[in-house]
Design a protein around this ligand. Structure first.
Ligand code: ATP
Ligand code: MG
Length: 294
């Protein structure tokens, strides 16, 4: 089996904001503010590249920072295919961290919203074993056809597909039924606990994971500092604790998990090892500021 991975989706200019004191509404609050390259899909590609996996990333960015994103991804060993949008700027997200490490995100999809199937060069499909997509591409009606067509293309080429629902807020808006319909038949779904509950109505992560295997072969539900649970359509059951980590910034935790899982998968490792590497890489991700490896 080939071991190439294709990731299609968002690339973003993240601005991380960490207030240094209690927030003063309607006035000034001193904060640590750091720009970082981000975007869930680009982060997954970055971690995969850093893990030594042969990976291509396809996305769309504005002329203001497209070349910086290509350079940043190249540095991780990623074959970056970023279409340059002449009208829109690169998507940007302001992430405000609170004292518990929770993040509130203000999202402007900008150029990500004009990604089209034409931005996916034919040659990136060559020898791909796994296609990874994130929820954002499905949730935005403008890019949904890109995600749906990519799944059709992957199926035709016998490429496995993994999907991270990515956003509880957008999932709530779209509805579980629609999302499960868009992703029906994919090989792996990687929701967090809240997303798994939204998708199934089940608060218990094991039960939710089992229920998700009605439409996907494997469901891995991420439980933050509680690790993750896995269920397969064939009745496989796994659970593992998180790898202890000194949490600095949880941005990209889910992306690290996806990358670890996929890396072990394309190397032919079994379910337990995919889970183990997912947990290991996500634990690394929470120790770095921003969503990418250093
Ligand atoms: N405090 C922590 N200590 C160790 N590992 C952690 C911690 N928090 C998260 N992780 C790891 O990151 C994985 C993904 O985290 P989480 O369950 O928050 O998913 P997510 O919500 O998709 O993440 P993201 O916020 O990046 O979208 C967890 O399964 C776990 O392996
Ligand atoms: Mg997530």
């Amino acid at each position: 089996m080939s071991s190439r991975v294709l990731v299609i989706g968002d690339v973003v200019d993240d601005l991380l904001v960490r207030p240094m004191t209690a927030v003063t509404p309607a006035s000034d609050t001193t904060a640590e503010i750091r720009p970082r390259p981000g975007g869930s899909a680009a982060n997954v590609a970055g971690w995969l590249g850093a893990l030594g996996i042969d990976v291509s990333f396809v996305g769309r960015a504005g002329h203001n920072s497209a070349s910086e994103h290509v350079t940043a991804l190249h540095r991780q060993g990623v074959d970056a295919r970023i279409a340059v949008d002449r009208e829109r700027t690169t998507g940007s997200i302001v992430l405000v961290l609170d004292e518990h490490g929770e993040r509130t995100m203000y999202v402007d999809r900008a150029a990500n919203g004009s990604l089209t199937a034409r931005d996916i060069p034919d040659d990136v499909w060559r020898d791909v074993a796994v296609l990874h997509l994130t929820g954002y591409t499905f949730f935005d009606p403008a890019t949904r056809p890109v995600a749906l067509n990519a799944i059709v293309n992957a199926r035709r080429r016998h490429i496995a597909v993994s999907v991270d629902p990515s956003s509880a807020a957008y999932l709530r808006e779209a509805g579980a039924e629609a999302f499960l319909d868009w992703t029906a038949g994919v090989d792996v779904l990687l929701p967090n606990a809240v997303e798994a509950e939204l998708l199934t109505g089940m608060t218990d992560a094991d039960v939710a994971a089992a229920q998700l295997t009605a439409t996907c072969a494997t469901a891995a539900v991420k439980l933050g500092g509680g690790g993750a649970v896995v269920r397969t359509a064939e009745g496989g059951e796994l659970q593992a604790d998180a790898v202890p980590a000194d949490v600095r910034d949880s941005t990209g935790a889910g992306d690290g998990f996806a990358a670890g899982w996929i890396a072990a998968w394309v190397r032919g490792e079994d379910l337990a090892d995919r889970l183990a590497l997912g947990l290991e890489v996500s634990a690394r991700a929470v120790t770095v500021l921003g969503g990418r490896p250093h």
